[in-house]
Ligand binder design. Structure first.
Ligand code: CA
Length: 222
């Protein structure tokens, strides 16, 4: 799950980025409203953490432009404690949730997971497809009832495939959800992760659709 963090405060931005990476998100961080608008037009995110007081373009303006384009990406705004008006304006401008600074990193991660679940139309906190079970909050995977030990990237690949179960995802679409800017992507990284996942689960769990991408069937045979 790749998220965009928009925060001009270096200390806070750094803490949010580190905390979300720790929670298993791929994180891009920008520090002003213009950079945020650009990132949102060029990349696809599962959710956005948006500070309202930003240089160059305010968070509210970023949000309004986003919703004017009918971009449905879930947005959580960060506001100061004494600014009820900001929160009201933010929610009315299309934000989905807010947190008041200072906030707990665990709560931020949990709220983002909840927003992403709702946006994907899968309200259950644990994903289940066929024999595979994935708990994004606890970072746990099970196959046929047994715990499976996955690396962070393997977990992210499986999460992407399960979130789109029954649909083919191209390698580029999977990469897009896996890597933040500046992270080095080995040219065959996705293939390698899929190879490991098939070995740890079962070979037939993930299908290769030649020339198109990968598919986790909605109800694979057990
Ligand atoms: Ca600020």
């Amino acid at each position: 799950m790749r998220v965009l963090v928009v925060e001009d405060d270096a200390l806070l931005g750094d803490a949010v980025q580190a905390g979300l990476i720790q929670a298993g998100f791929a994180v891009d961080w920008v520090r002003d409203g213009v950079a945020a608008t650009h990132a949102l037009q060029t990349d696809t995110y599962a959710a956005v953490v948006l500070d309202l007081g930003l240089p160059r373009l305010s968070g509210l303006d970023v949000l309004r432009r986003l919703r004017e384009r009918d971009d449905p990406v879930p947005v959580l705004i960060l506001t100061a404690r004494d600014t009820v008006d900001d929160r009201v304006q933010g929610l009315d401008a299309g934000a989905d949730d807010y947190l008041i600074k200072p906030f707990d990193m665990g709560e931020l991660g949990a709220r983002l997971r909840a927003l992403i679940r709702r946006a994907s139309g899968k309200p259950a906190p644990v994903l289940r497809v066929g024999d595979v079970e994935l708990d994004p909050a606890a970072h746990r995977a099970r196959f046929r009832g047994n715990a499976v030990d996955l690396s962070a990237k393997e977990f992210a690949v499986l999460h992407a495939l399960m979130s789109s179960a029954g649909k083919v995802l191209s390698r580029a679409q999977i990469e897009q959800q896996l890597y933040a800017w500046g992270e080095e992507i080995e040219s065959n990284a996705v293939e390698v992760h899929i190879h490991h996942l098939r070995r740890k689960l079962a070979p037939e769990t993930i299908q290769t659709i030649r020339g198109v991408g990968y598919l986790l069937p909605r109800a694979p045979r057990s």
